[in-house]
Design a protein around this ligand. Sequence first.
Ligand code: ZN
Length: 449
Amino acid sequence: MNLVPLRRYFFEPLQLKIAGSPRISYWKTLEKTQWCTKSQLEEIQWRRLQELWHFLWENNKFYIAQFQKAGLNKESLSEPGDIRKLPLLSKKDIRDNVNDLISLGYDKNNLLHFKTGGSTGKALDIFVTEECSELRNACARRHDRWTGWELGEAIGAAWGNPKQPKTIKEKLINSFVQPYVYLDTMAVTEHSVHRFVADWKRVRPTMLFGHAHSLFVLAQKIDNMGIKGIEPVGILSTSMMLIPHERKVIEKVFGVKVTDRYGCEEVSLIGSECEQHDGLHMNIEHLVVEFVKDDGSYAGPGEPGSIVVTDLMNRAMPFVRYRVEDIGIPLDRQCSCGRGLPLMGKVTGRVADFLVKQDGTKVAGISLIENTLTYMPGLDQLQIVQERLDNFILNVVPGKDYTTDVGNSLVVYFKDVFGKDVQVKLQLVAEIQPEKSGKYRFSICRISK
Ligand SMILES: [Zn+2]
């Protein structure tokens, strides 16, 4: 029985209605606004920026202090370009001011809390309202559909520590709302790939989803193992740089184009390719995206600049002119798809190698970071270097809650994953710099492949 129409038109709307979620109605609005002209979209963006500005002056201790320090007053924002008068927000600012960044009227205990780190190697505490999280989900849905995937269709994901459905409720959701099949990137072996392929053929997903490098590793395995019949309608690559030669391999093995997406956990989706695959459309209903050069001026079209985002939706913990620490390129051409959402080009940022266990099992560096940085207190930043099969170096930027116990549990965690006899050397460092190219490599495997 084909459950897709039932999931799309009945079970999912029912589940979201019971949960009181605005996701569907908001998604329908976004489906329309993507076809607005660029100037109409900029009007929406400008209206939301003004609303945020007034909100901050009334409700946010951190920003009131920051703005006053910068000599600004309530009238300082009189046109969109005035955003450049506002100070930049760094990861350190967020870490040092978590409490003041929460707006008046919001209680941390009633907000969704998550720790970033999985895709950046840097830990931050982020708080959002349930509603804001649903607006983000609605936005992601619009862009998911650009891959060719449709609501109600199953998804195959190459992901670390997948949330396998355990409770009855989770199992019902996985069958009747959004089915997933997973390849756990914490342990990629021929056996796990065979199991994933069997699940795929049973559930028949239409979208393949995963971290860029995990999709590449999966494509290589499928090719080497001579597996046929994995034919997604679309492939969605996220969280990391999609390197051109890896993209080529993925597209050749699966026979479809990869849809590259760029975002960060702090503000969610920033840009996404459409079906033309000719640049990433920026999500400007939700964000202001700037590209700033080292001297503080704006990068021109085709010129690289540091990506700075202002989240127009999260009132609980607003992010204004937040430096993501990736490099991107603004583009001034129009996409042939006809959408008014402006384009950005290539992003240079996060890369993370897979590491190798002594029996040859591959372990995604991004998943290891997620398992440690986002759960253990006191780790501001982590970089994993595998020198040999049995030798690891962990570069840690300690945070204020760091203790030797945390360091010890980190070492124990790596020994649990890679074997008791591996050597794990912990090095406390003041900072971990990106490479000259702008790439930020937080998991490095030096074993020749
Ligand atoms: Zn387009």
